[in-house]
Design a protein around this ligand. Sequence first.
Ligand SMILES: [Zn+2]
Length: 80
Amino acid sequence: MRQYQYHLKEERKTEKIFCNQCGKEIIVKNEMPQEDILTVEKRWGYFSEKDNEVHRFDLCESCYDKLIAQFVIPVEKENG
Ligand SMILES: [Zn+2]
């Protein structure tokens, strides 16, 4: 979940990021999150029941780990 600060020329800067699952604030300095997070943005299409809705959320790493621990098929991992 992101809170934005609006400036001139309709430019928006990410001011605050919160993990949607646990509510933890992710520190942002110079527009860079200071820890790695998962950001999901999905526009649901015609064949969904959410016709054209855009859903967005952010998860901190530990909430991401809890989420993928529930998967029946593990995530694919690659190094490098
Ligand atoms: Zn979290």
